[in-house]
Ligand binder design. Structure first.
Ligand SMILES: Cc1cc2nc3c(=O)[nH]c(=O)nc-3n(C[C@H](O)[C@H](O)[C@H](O)COP(=O)(O)OP(=O)(O)OC[C@H]3O[C@@H](n4cnc5c(N)ncnc54)[C@H](O)[C@@H]3O)c2cc1C
Length: 644
């Protein structure tokens, strides 16, 4: 898809350039007085939380932002493979794939040794992330991603819309009520910032609050939580531009290092014409913010022009620009519980996204770490509010995501060191010359982390069974379920198994059967399915409310190695009767694809098979032998609550 030929236009890219218009600010509606979940901030973290909550009509959610309407321009633009996988869980990946620039190559430029005032291409390589997911890294305006989340919220059962022009001011937590799930211990105060309501104060009572209000989070301050780490001393100019140039790699992501003027990173953008430039600027004085620097977009262009020499840049339009500088900092806690609290203490306030971790924009990690923060938290909070899980589950948000944030900070420090080329005279710790080979090696080494696909949660009662990892080494316990194609038995459709794991709060059990005939009642596969369907210890029997569909809490799929099975010869739990008419669901059984066999791709033991349990956020929770029914029961019994 091509757009922005005659100038950058924000909005819905499905609408042609000539007709696309930014949306007017939404009307102001009163804030609700009492909600289950209160979200502050409509960045990627807040919107993902809201998008997840919107799936549950019996959870009352309110999301608030101080801006007057949705974001239109700028900020992050790199959408990692894992972020697109998450968008697939919200049924929105198609748009992301269609509309993004798909990153396939990187180039590295350096001073020409024969003429150091000129740059020359050192090399062009395939992007290190290709093949880590069925999706490729995409580049698109952050605002467009917001819009897809907003559309999903509005079209959900909750028809959820944000409240804008409200600035969060303060927070009161009634400590006497925090351990009573039914109580509303949170009182949040907001100030209207629109012209009409200017200064008017509003309060909202909530059972839980999520502070996703960015790097200068007022929710974090209200909770008395500190960001710890280094403050920024290096600024980068960022601009989205339309230009003509004789630089040959303008449609490839490029790292350009000049001899005397610093570095530029270019990122081609969606629509074929737009380009993002990150331009290395000067060191900032201690205590100063990047936005206080007296720099204009003209300065950024002039600087870039020097770095690109001898190539020329004829900039026709600057769609958005900013000076951006963030230190590597992390909150000591991601929730309101005192440090070292046992998991039995229920948190009532959470921090997510930039509110609890900040870092430089170079790795494109801001959005791609913030959004999975709340993808991790959302299903847990819903499950506790709906009385499906023990509230102790909420403590795992902080332990799981803080580890990811710490890895991010470490990686960002390393990358910043590699990219920083002109250290302050006083700084003797940095090397003065960037080595592009080192950046390339870093990118390769960190590709799984950069793409989000190798992020792995700590062993815990929801990431367990590592002794069985050998049964399927390609489904790493704690990492996201690495999708593979399979063929649906009933109709021959090619289906990505990972795309069956939707963001609907349900758990998934994938049975990858061994070699035996699964229609034989003596086979382990048949016995496993019969256990799920009929045994009193089956988690499906224990945790599915009476009268609900058998897959409404835990959704089961089976992959059989035999390709010529008839659905009607299989255990009827695998083609269950559902809904008000008792219609049969024929979409739960698969066989491997020729030449693309999931057993080979993920190293699944063909003889014994295995059971893979996948969390509602698509991470692999455990792997079990097909015969170990007790272990499956014990897994769910550890945190789920029997239905009333
Ligand atoms: C100016 C700017 C430029 C950036 N440029 C880049 C870039 O070039 N590349 C890159 O990778 N990343 C960039 N980022 C970072 C990236 O956008 C963030 O990492 C990502 O958006 C974090 O998501 P988040 O949801 O945690 O917070 P944010 O996206 O920051 O969202 C926070 C939201 O909270 C709202 N808010 C803040 N305080 C209050 C309050 N008191 N009351 C109510 N609402 C409040 C804000 O209006 C905002 O909508 C940039 C960020 C900013 C702010």
């Amino acid at each position: 898809m091509q757009y922005h030929l005659n100038g950058f236009k924000p909005g819905n890219y499905q609408v042609p350039d000539a007709a696309r218009k930014p949306y007017p600010d939404p009307p102001i509606e009163d804030l609700p007085s009492k909600v289950d979940v209160l979200i502050v901030g409509t960045g990627p973290a807040g919107l993902t939380m809201a998008r997840q909550m919107a799936e549950f009509h019996d959870i009352k959610t309110c999301i608030v932002d101080k801006s007057s309407g949705p974001l239109l321009f700028g900020r992050a633009d790199g959408i990692s493979c894992r972020t697109i996988e998450i968008m697939e869980a919200f049924n929105s990946s198609d748009m992301v794939v269609k509309e993004t620039y798909q990153l396939m190559q990187n180039t590295f430029w350096e001073p020409n040794p024969d003429n150091p005032q000129h740059i020359r291409r050192k090399e062009k390589i395939a992007d290190a992330r290709i093949g880590l997911s069925e999706f490729t890294h995409g580049i698109v305006n952050q605002a467009r991603l917001h819009e897809l989340l907003l559309d999903g919220m509005e079209n959900s059962v909750s028809a959820l819309r944000p409240h804008y022009s409200r600035e969060f001011v303060s927070l009161d937590i009634d400590e006497n009520l925090t351990q009573d799930l039914d109580a509303y211990p949170i009182t949040a105060t907001f100030r209207r910032v629109d012209a009409e309501g200017q200064g008017r104060s509003e309060t909202v009572k909530a059972r839980f609050i999520i502070g996703s209000d960015g790097g200068h989070s007022q929710v974090r301050r209200s909770l008395g939580i500190e960001l710890q780490g280094d403050s920024a001393n290096k600024s980068w100019g960022v601009m989205d531009i339309l230009l003509n140039t004789d630089f040959p790699d303008i449609r490839v992501k490029s790292f350009i290092q000049s001899k005397d003027h610093g570095a530029v990173m270019t990122i081609p953008r969606e629509g074929g014409y737009l380009i993002r430039f990150y331009v290395e600027m000067d060191m900032i004085e201690e205590g100063k913010r990047a936005t206080e620097l007296e720099v204009t977009e003209k300065d950024l262009i002039a600087k870039a022009q020097k770095i690109f020499h001898p190539y020329t840049l004829d900039v026709k339009e600057v769609a958005w620009w900013s000076i951006y500088s963030v230190g590597q900092r992390i909150a000591d806690r991601f929730d309101n519980r005192p440090a070292d609290s046992p998991e039995s203490v229920m948190p009532r306030a959470f921090l997510a996204g930039d509110a609890c971790h900040t870092h430089s924009p170079k790795g494109g990690w801001g959005l791609n770490t913030s959004l999975p923060d709340t993808f991790n938290l959302g299903w847990k909070l819903a499950s506790v509010l709906l009385r499906k899980s023990d509230p102790k589950l909420l403590a795992t948000y902080g332990t799981e995501r803080r580890k990811v944030a710490q890895h991010l900070i470490n990686a960002d420090k390393e990358l910043s060191k590699l990219v920083a080329t002109r250290p302050a005279a006083s700084d003797t710790s940095e090397k003065a010359r960037v080595d592009t080979a080192e950046i390339e090696a870093f990118m390769k080494r960190q590709s799984g982390f950069v793409s989000g696909t190798s992020i792995e949660y700590f062993p815990s009662y929801i990431c367990t069974g590592h002794e069985n990892q050998r049964l399927a080494p390609g489904f790493k316990i704690g990492q996201r379920f690495h999708s593979a194609l399979a063929t649906r038995m009933a109709d021959g459709k090619h289906q990505h198994l990972g795309h069956l794991v939707k963001a609907d709060g349900r758990w998934r059990i994938f049975l990858f059967a061994g070699a035996e005939d699964p229609t034989d009642v003596a086979s382990e596969a048949y016995k496993f399915v019969d256990f799920l369907a009929n045994d009193a210890a089956s988690p499906l029997r224990r945790y599915t409310p009476k009268g609900r569909d058998p897959d409404s809490v835990i959704d089961t799929y089976a992959v059989f190695q035999q390709k010529d099975l008839s659905m009607h010869d299989l255990h009827d739990f695998l083609w269950p009767a559902k809904g008000k008419y008792g219609l049969r669901d024929y979409e739960k059984v698969f066989h491997p694809q020729d030449g693309n066999d999931a057993y080979d791709l993920r190293g699944i033991d063909r003889h014994a098979g295995c059971v893979v349990v996948v969390r509602p956020d698509q991470h692999v929770a455990t792997i079990l032998p097909v015969s170990d029914h007790d272990a499956l029961s014990a897994f769910f019994d550890c945190f789920m609550l029997p239905h009333l």
